[in-house]
Design a protein around this ligand. Structure first.
Ligand code: NAX
Length: 327
């Protein structure tokens, strides 16, 4: 039998946490033959709720779940973890300035970076979900310099999956038949959902859809605004889809992407596609042997170029704002 993998979920008493931990305990993230030990971190006001989640995990009697650590101590939470899914953060509340929210998250990600750097297992893979996801991941990277930068990513897979879902509904085909959409840039409303290279079977999505107007406006804004649409409908933000996409992200990273298929991940930019180096930016990637590689050589037309640059500009500004919170 395989040794258990230790998976940290921060913000585990929250909505996404509640949807995510049972998925991990069922083997959806790391495979049906991979035992896991869950480490769950939250803050003291949520300690009782966190303990309730732990009780439910015990009650569910998951065969793959070999242990649960539920704590409000970041060091205990980070010790020995192989995978860290960072869902905890400070939400933007009505009337709050952007800078104030950024400042709270910068301080959270700075201190959790140190806890991970000192106490996580070597080669720990990190996925930041909490918003502002790209910039939180960048702060985590800056303050955990001994963790390889390749190991620090943020979630744009939910946006990627939303794009697959929209194309599948538009064409009336199964979502599993749609491949190779791309989310470029920030996990925010400036993200660019790109179907230029997407396919269904051996056909190109733009050719099948034959509706350039929809692809260039309605489709893009639907994907960009989907989070807001879910809040309007549910009075709560996306949780099950976010949790499921976080599992997809880690599974593909660890187990590899299928031949001929890429996925979107927020990763440390090396300057590919003339995106400024040093940002955490969502790119199309393939994964093999536990490592992602940015897909190279895709053609970028003028329309796409503007969109790639716009979301990069936003990330550059966020980075500056985050740094201004440090001083
Ligand atoms: P909730 O408010 O339900 O849960 C957040 C949890 O984090 C709470 O239990 C809170 O006590 C905890 N927390 C706060 N500070 C913490 C700290 N310093 N250490 C550990 N835990 C801490 O939010 P939820 O709906 O679960 O969303 C979580 C985050 O995901 C938010 O930042 C949200 O904006 C972000 N999202 C990101 C998505 C993505 O695709 N990247 C999509 C879904 C989601 O909106």
């Amino acid at each position: 039998a395989k040794d258990p993998v230790r998976v940290l979920v921060t913000g585990a008493a929250g909505q996404i946490g509640y949807a995510l931990v049972p998925m991990i305990a069922r083997g959806i993230m790391l495979g049906a033959d991979q035992p896991v030990i869950l480490h769950m971190l939250d803050i003291p006001p949520a300690a009782e709720a966190l303990n309730g989640v732990k009780m439910e995990l015990v009650d569910a009697a998951f065969p793959l779940l070999k242990g649960v650590v539920a704590t409000t101590d970041a060091v205990e939470a980070c010790t020995g973890v192989n995978v860290a899914v960072m869902v905890g953060g400070f939400p933007r509340k009505e009337g709050m300035e952007r800078k104030d929210v950024m400042s709270k998250n910068v301080s959270i990600y700075k201190s959790q970076a140190s806890a991970l750097e000192k106490h996580a297992a070597a080669n720990c893979k990190v996925l930041v979900v909490a918003n502002p996801a790209n910039t939180n991941a960048l702060i985590l990277k800056e303050f955990a310099p001994s963790i390889p930068e390749k190991n620090i990513t943020c979630l744009t897979r939910l946006d990627h999956n939303r794009a697959l879902g929209q194309i599948s509904e538009k064409l009336g085909v199964q979502v599993s038949e749609v491949k190779n959409v791309i989310i470029w840039g920030n996990h925010s409303s400036t993200q660019y959902p790109d179907v230029t290279h997407a396919t269904v079977g051996d056909k190109s999505v733009p050719e099948l859809i034959k509706d350039d107007e929809w692809l260039k406006s309605g489709f893009i804004s639907t994907v960009q605004q989907r989070g807001a649409a879910i809040i309007k409908a549910r009075k709560l933000s996306s949780a099950l889809s976010a949790a499921s996409s976080a599992c997809d992200h880690i599974r593909d990273w660890v187990c590899g992407t299928p031949e001929g298929t890429w996925v979107s991940m927020g990763v440390y930019s090396d300057g590919s596609y003339n995106v400024p180096a040093g940002l955490i930016y969502s790119f199309p990637v393939t994964c093999r042997n536990g490592e992602w590689t940015i897909v190279q050589g895709l053609s970028i037309d003028e329309f796409s170029r503007k969109k790639l640059d716009l979301t990069a500009e936003e990330l550059t500004e966020e980075k500056a704002l985050a740094y201004s919170c440090l001083s």
